[in-house]
Ligand binder design. Structure first.
Ligand code: PXP
Length: 259
């Protein structure tokens, strides 16, 4: 056994962009026997490399992940399934059939390239509260993807979410040179969420380059990372990039952050 301390910071790997690559060629041939790359093989590869959960976003427009992907992953992955979804009845019905361990509710804007901002929990509290409760009653733990904003965190607590995922996009865009203000917001948000008994996750734009700064944010339980890992995997392979990320993450909570 290694003498290194084991950090409890978990890694959810978002494999949407493996599906993006498949759809680029096979979107109109969903039953093609030669469709590649295989989403399930990617999930198994990242699990073997130490991923703690598999994250996919079933979008309204089905631009990457398809319904059948979610059902297949549910059945065949070895870790936990984290389903990202907009708060719509159509996707909620699917989530209730799939019964993932985790759902992360995200805002979904038809025109966006990726999830651009966090949920406005304050103004859509009633609708979110209904969905949170419905999913929790079905045995799914619910996270809300929010900007690092204290009002949103208090609202997340009021609607009964067990977890928040802090949107790290603004921080990621400003780091590595800048990002001090964004990091401070993340820290304050994490402290408040933790004090309210909410699990603190983080995601969006996290890379091996900006992660050392992110280590200054306390109480993190899980990171969700997609684009960087899949991009780097083009050169190094999924297994290697997940192992590298997990190795970096193992220092969380034990070393002085690079602020
Ligand atoms: N978390 C949420 C809620 C997201 O919507 C995304 C993007 O799909 C991610 C994490 C992962 O972001 P990235 O692909 O930039 O690592």
């Amino acid at each position: 056994m290694s003498d290194l301390p084991t950090s409890s910071l978990l890694l959810g790997v978002n494999i949407d962009h493996v599906a993006t690559l498949r759809q680029a060629r096979y979107a109109l041939m969903p039953d093609a026997h030669n469709a590649e790359p295989s989403l399930l093989a990617a999930a198994h590869e990242v699990e073997a490399a130490g991923a703690d959960s598999i994250t996919v976003h079933l979008r309204h427009d089905r631009r990457h992940i398809q319904d059948r992907d979610v059902f297949e992953l549910r059945e065949k992955i070895h870790t936990k399934l984290n389903l990202e979804m907009g708060n719509t009845q159509e996707i909620l019905d699917i989530a209730l059939q799939v019964k993932p361990e985790f759902v992360c509710l995200v805002p979904e804007n038809r025109q966006e390239i990726t999830t651009e901002g966090g949920l406005d929990v304050v103004s859509s509290a009633a609708a979110l509260e209904r969905t949170v409760k419905t999913l929790q009653d079905a045995g799914t733990k619910v996270s809300l993807f929010i900007d690092p904003d204290l009002n949103q965190i208090e609202a997340a607590a009021r609607v009964g979410a067990e977890m928040v995922e802090l949107h790290t996009g603004a921080f990621a865009n400003a780091a590595p040179e800048g990002g001090k203000g964004e990091l401070l917001l993340l820290k304050e948000s994490a402290i408040l969420a933790h004090s309210l008994g909410i699990q603190v996750n983080a995601g969006h734009g996290i890379t091996t380059t900006n992660f050392p700064k992110l280590m200054g944010v306390p109480h993190l339980a899980e990171l969700n990372i997609g684009h960087h890992l899949v991009s780097r995997a083009v050169f190094l392979g999924l297994g290697r990039v997940v192992r590298d990320m997990k190795t970096m993450m193992s220092a969380y909570g034990f070393s002085v952050p690079a602020n």
